[in-house]
Design a protein around this ligand. Structure first.
Ligand code: UDX
Length: 446
C-alpha cells in the first residue's frame, strides 16, 4: 500500500515512520526544504526515543521517503494523511489555515480516487470542510474524480510515541463510506490481527473523541491539583489520597498526579479550542473553563511557595536552582512548559536562576532568548549538570521529573547550597528522607 503523510511535525513523522515499520510504502511531505533535506540524511528535528533508529531503518529498507513535492506523490498514493499543524490562533481556537491549504492543493491536482484522512487535531466539522474544499477545486477543474475523507485522530504521548502507536489502547477512525472503511481496515490490518481495537464511527464523533479524551485527561490533572492544594491546608497527603481513590477501578490510576500544571502542545491548546467550539455553538463549558483556569494558577504554585518561605525578606538577588525545563520528561519540547512561567516570575522578582535539563537546554535557550529582555536573560545561568545547578543557591525547585533527578545525593547538595530548601513540583522525593537530610521540603499536596 502506498500512502502520503503531509506534515513532518511530531504526529506526521511518528505516523509515517510507524506505518513504514509495518510494511507500508510511506512518503512524508513537508514544505520546509531544510527539514526535508535533514530528514533525507536521517537527521530528526525532534527528540523522541527510538524515532531516529526507526526512520533510518525504514529509509534503508526503501519504505520511507521524504519530499517537498506533494504533486510528485499524488499520482501514486491511495491514502493521504493530513498531519499539518493547527497552532492556536489569537482567540484560542485552532488555526486551520494549513489543513485547508493542503485540501486545496489536493483538489487542484488529484487525478484518481484517494482517501484524504485528517490526522491533525481539528475541530468537529473539519472533515466536511476539507471535503467541500476538494470538491470546489474539482468543480473548478470541471472534472469528476471520486474521493473520500476520513478522520483518524492521534493519541500519541511525547516521549512514548512509538509505543503508543505500535500498541495503541485503541485506534479511532471516522468514515462515511465503505471504500474508506476498506482502505483503513487494510492499513490497520496488522493492528487488528494483534487484537488492538480499531473503532470505526462517523466522522464528527471521531473528531470529537480526540478533544473529549484530552479534555478528560486535563480535567483529571486539574482536579487532582485542586485536591492537592486542599490536602496541604487540611494536613492530608495527596499521594495517599491518590492511592486511596485510584484503587477504585471506576477511577483508575492514570493521570492523577498533582504537580505544577499540565503543559505541552495538546492539553492547553485542545482544552481552549474545545471551549471555543462550544461557545461558537452557543454551549457553555463550565467544567473545562475551570480546568484551564486551575491549570493557569497551578503554574504559579512553586513561585508562591518560594515567596511565602522568604516572606518578609528581600527575594531580589536570591538564587534559585531549577531542575527540568521540558513540559515533561523524555522530550525536549518547551511548548506551554510550566517552567517558562516560573522562570519569568523569578526573573521579574529580581532573582537569579540556574537551570538544567538533560535534553531541552537548547530549546529552552531559544525560547528564553525570544521571550525575555536582555537584562532578564543575564539573570539566567545554564548549568552543566545537576550539582553545578544547585551550587550557591537558596532554593532547589524540581520542575520536570526526569529519571536523573530522582535519587540525588542530598548530603552533597546540602553542602553546595546556601540554604537547604527543596520545592518538589512533581512529588518525586520522599518527604521524610529529604527532611531528615536537613532540608526544608515542600511538595504539592504532601
Ligand atoms: C497528550 C495526550 O496524553 C496524548 O494522548 C495526546 O495525543 C497528546 O497530548 P502529551 O502532551 O505528549 O500527550 O503528554 P502527557 O504525557 O499526556 O502529559 C501532558 C501534561 O500533563 C504534562 O505537562 C504532564 O506533566 C502533565 N501531567 C500528566 C500531570 O501533571 N499529571 C499527570 O498525572 C499526567
Amino acid at each position: 500500500m502506498n500512502i502520503a503523510i503531509i506534515g513532518t511535525g511530531y504526529v506526521g513523522l511518528v505516523t509515517g515512520a510507524c506505518f513504514a515499520e509495518m510494511g507500508v510504502q510511506v512518503t512524508c511531505v513537508d514544505v520546509d526544504e531544510t527539514k526535508i533535506e535533514q530528514l533525507k540524511k536521517g537527521i530528526i528535528p525532534i527528540f523522541e526515543p527510538g524515532l531516529d533508529d526507526m526512520v533510518s531503518r525504514n529509509m534503508k529498507a526503501n519504505r520511507l521517503h521524504f519530499t517537498t513535492s506533494l504533486l510528485s506523490v499524488l499520482d501514486s498514493v491511495e491514502v493521504i494523511f493530513n498531519a499539518v499543524g493547527t497552532p492556536p490562533g489569537e482567540d484560542g481556537s485552532a488555526d486551520m489555515h494549513y489543513v485547508y491549504e493542503v485540501a486545496r492543493t489536493i483538489g487542484q491536482h488529484l487525478s484518481h480516487y484517494a482517501l484524504v484522512v485528517t490526522k491533525s487535531t481539528v475541530p468537529v466539522g473539519t472533515a466536511q470542510t476539507v471535503k467541500a474544499i476538494i470538491q470546489e477545486e474539482l468543480d473548478r477543474r470541471e472534472i469528476e474524480i471520486p474521493f473520500d475523507v476520513a478522520s483518524n485522530p492521534e493519541f500519541l504521548k511525547e516521549g512514548d510515541a512509538l509505543n503508543d502507536f505500535m500498541s495503541p489502547d485503541r485506534v479511532v477512525v471516522g468514515i462515511e463510506s465503505e471504500q474508506a472503511k476498506k482502505l483503513m481496515t487494510q492499513l490497520y490490518r496488522p493492528f487488528l490481527l494483534n487484537n488492538f481495537r480499531v473503532i470505526f464511527m462517523d466522522i464528527p464523533s471521531a473528531e470529537m473523541t480526540k478533544y473529549a479524551a484530552n479534555a478528560m485527561l486535563a480535567t483529571r490533572i486539574s482536579f487532582m491539583n485542586e485536591i492537592a492544594n486542599l490536602c496541604e491546608r487540611v494536613g492530608a497527603d495527596v499521594n495517599m489520597v491518590r492511592k486511596g481513590i485510584s484503587s477504585d477501578s471506576r477511577i483508575g490510576t492514570k493521570f492523577l498526579y498533582s504537580g505544577i500544571g499540565y503543559g505541552g502542545s495538546c492539553f492547553p491548546k485542545d482544552v481552549r479550542a474545545l471551549i471555543r467550539t462550544a461557545h461558537k455553538q452557543g454551549c457553555s463549558m463550565n467544567i473545562l473553563e475551570s480546568v484551564d483556569a486551575v491549570n493557569e494558577q497551578q503554574k504559579s504554585i512553586l513561585f508562591k511557595k518560594f515567596a511565602a518561605i522568604f516572606e518578609g525578606t528581600n527575594i531580589e538577588n536570591k538564587t534559585v536552582a531549577i531542575w527540568g525545563l521540558a513540559f515533561k520528561p523524555n522530550t525536549d519540547d518547551m511548548r506551554e512548559a510550566p517552567s517558562l512561567i516560573l522562570i519569568r516570575q523569578l526573573v521579574e522578582a529580581g532573582c537569579h536562576i540556574k537551570i538544567f535539563d538533560p535534553i531541552a537546554m537548547s530549546n529552552a535557550k531559544e525560547v528564553l532568548t525570544r521571550e525575555l529582555t536582555e537584562r532578564q536573560q543575564q539573570q539566567i545561568y545554564f548549568s552543566k549538570d545537576i550539582y553545578d545547578t544547585v551550587n550557591d543557591t537558596d532554593t532547589l525547585m524540581l520542575v520536570t521529573e526526569w529519571k536523573e533527578f530522582r535519587m540525588p545525593n542530598w548530603q552533597i547538595i546540602k553542602k553546595l547550597m546556601k540554604k537547604p530548601i527543596v520545592l518538589d513540583g512533581r512529588n518525586i522525593y520522599d518527604k521524610k528522607e529529604v527532611i531528615d537530610a536537613g532540608f526544608h521540603y515542600e511538595g504539592i499536596g504532601v
